[in-house]
Structures are given as structure tokens and as C-alpha cells.
Design a protein around this ligand. Structure first.
Ligand code: ADP
Length: 265
């Protein structure tokens, strides 16, 4: 709270009163702190791969280029890091367009089951490679929902790629859909992976918040996947949440409001 005190006095006379203005600046300061933190995070996340790229290029320049085996390995690291930077920038641009409400949502009545079947199909190969059992469980009847397919595919891709990343071989991922009693649809992605400690859960949708930075980076994560998913779900009028038990598994779920009855016709 900011307090401003202004004395009340007639010219040249002694003070007859005091005006105290109490201003709640906590929200403002919180926002300001978040913004600064965000900029610091972006700078750090971009600098890290750049430093790696630079040091490998220097090593090549200083002679490694003459050793074909070594040169090839160094180039591949360089490319990998450049890819990471590109991914990060793509995610940042996506977020900033969502923030600025510049994303044009092309929402259409959508058959959720069909959409989820396609998502599961897309992830069947990465799951097979990791010997993860991927299941789809739909409870009919589902309401029809209004969805921008590209954006919703991005949500599902983010949730499923996390599930694959953080679930060890032999685990199970289950995609579920059902109708809630309020008529909305609920979609969830559950895994039997490493889980998230309770203390981290409340902040997990924050930009760049990660339980284990090193692990996320080594998996190619940008730390923005869940925050992008949250923005997109909210732009659809839905809500997103997470349940997790450390070393047991994680479920991310979100709701989507049903199509207005007259729109369905
Ligand atoms: P990242 O690119 O790091 O995966 P996200 O925003 O998608 O970024 O997720 C933020 C963090 O939440 C991750 O770094 C990880 O610590 C945790 N997380 C997300 N999904 C899962 C999951 N299915 N299982 C365990 N941890 C998860």
C-alpha cells in the first residue's frame, strides 16, 4: 500500500489537518514484477542456446573443422540449439499475439471425438517409440463445441507432448472426453509419469515456470507450452486445470462450453 500525506494549512499558518491517501499498489507492482521477470526469462532463454552456438562455432573455427567426425558433431549441436531458439521465438510470438488479442479464432462447431481420434493418431508413433500405451476414452454423448481447430490442435499437442516427455517407457497416457453436468465438455490428458510436486502445482501455468529446468531443456521444452494452452482454452470460454501426484502421474483437464442450441441447427 502506498501512502501519500498532504498537510492542510492556510497560507503561512500552522497545519490544521492532514489528507492521507492510501493507494493499493500491490496489483500494479505484482504486474510490474511479472513483466520484468518475463523479460529476464526471455533474455536468459535466448542467451543460453546462443552461447552454446557461439562456443561450438569458435571451436570449429579454431581447428575442429579439419576433423570431419568432430565437425559433424559440433554442427549438429549448433543446429539443435538454433532449432531451440526458433521454437522459443515461435512460442513467444504465439503468446504475444494471444495477449494482444490479435489471434483470429476461426471457431466452428466441432465433433470432439473425431478431433481427439486424430490427435491420438498423430501421437501413436512417438508413443510406440517410447513403448507408451496411448488410449482414448470417450463417454458419449458429447456436446458439440465451438473450436478453432488449429488452436485446439496446439493445446492437445502441448498436453500430449508433455505427457510423452514426462512419462517413462512402459507408461500409459489416457485421453478422455465426457460431458459435464453443466453441459460443457471436459477433455483430459492423464499420464503415469514423473508427476509434479504439490508445491509447484499452483504456478505451473506461469510462463517459463518449470519443475526442473535442466530436464525440461534437455527434453526440448520451452517452458511456455502450458501457458499457451491456458490462453487458448480461455479464449474458447473454457477453463484449464491440473492434478498431479509426484512420481505417480499427472492429469491436465480443460472444459469447453457447448454450442448454443440454435447454432447447432
Ligand atoms: P516445458 O516446455 O518445460 O514442458 P510447459 O509449460 O509445457 O513447459 O510445462 C511446464 C512444466 O510443467 C514442465 O517443465 C514440467 O516441469 C511440468 N509438466 C508439464 N506437464 C507435465 C507432465 N505431464 N508430467 C510432469 N510434469 C509436467
Amino acid at each position: 500500500i502506498k501512502i501519500t500525506l498532504t498537510p492542510i494549512q492556510r497560507s503561512g499558518q500552522k497545519m490544521v489537518g492532514l489528507i492521507a491517501v492510501l493507494q493499493d499498489v500491490t496489483e500494479e507492482e505484482k504486474l510490474d514484477r511479472r513483466r520484468k521477470e518475463f523479460v529476464a526469462n526471455v533474455s536468459h532463454e535466448l542467451r543460453t542456446p546462443l552461447t552454446t552456438i557461439k562456443s561450438y562455432l569458435e571451436a570449429l573455427d579454431e581447428g575442429a573443422i579439419n576433423e570431419p567426425e568432430l565437425a559433424k558433431r559440433f554442427l549438429s549441436v549448433t543446429l539443435q540449439e538454433a532449432d531451440r531458439m526458433a521454437r522459443l521465438i515461435q512460442d513467444l510470438l504465439h503468446l504475444s499475439r494471444l495477449d494482444a488479442k490479435q489471434t483470429r479464432f476461426n471457431k466452428k462447431p466441432t465433433d470432439l471425438r473425431r478431433m481427439l481420434e486424430k490427435v491420438v493418431e498423430r501421437f501413436s508413433v512417438p508413443c510406440q517409440q517410447k513403448e507408451i500405451n496411448l488410449k482414448l476414452h470417450v463417454i458419449e454423448p458429447l456436446p458439440r463445441v465451438y473450436v478453432d481447430r488449429d488452436q485446439m490442435d496446439q493445446v492437445m499437442d502441448n498436453l500430449l507432448s508433455n505427457a510423452v516427455k514426462y512419462t517413462p517407457e512402459g507408461g500409459t497416457i489416457t485421453v478422455r472426453a465426457r460431458r459435464r453436468s453443466d453441459g460443457s465438455a471436459e477433455v483430459s490428458v492423464s499420464d503415469t509419469g514423473i508427476g509434479i510436486p504439490k508445491k509447484d502445482l499452483a504456478r505451473i501455468f506461469e510462463r517459463f515456470y518449470r519443475v526442473d529446468k535442466a530436464r525440461s531443456r534437455s527434453m526440448g521444452g520451452t517452458g511456455l507450452g502450458l501457458s499457451i494452452a491456458k490462453e487458448i482454452v480461455q479464449a474458447h470460454g473454457g477453463q484449464i486445470g491440473i492434478d498431479s501426484e509426484y512420481q505417480r502421474g499427472t492429469t491436465v483437464y480443460f472444459s469447453l462450453p457447448p454450442c448454443e442450441p440454435e447454432v447447432v441447427r
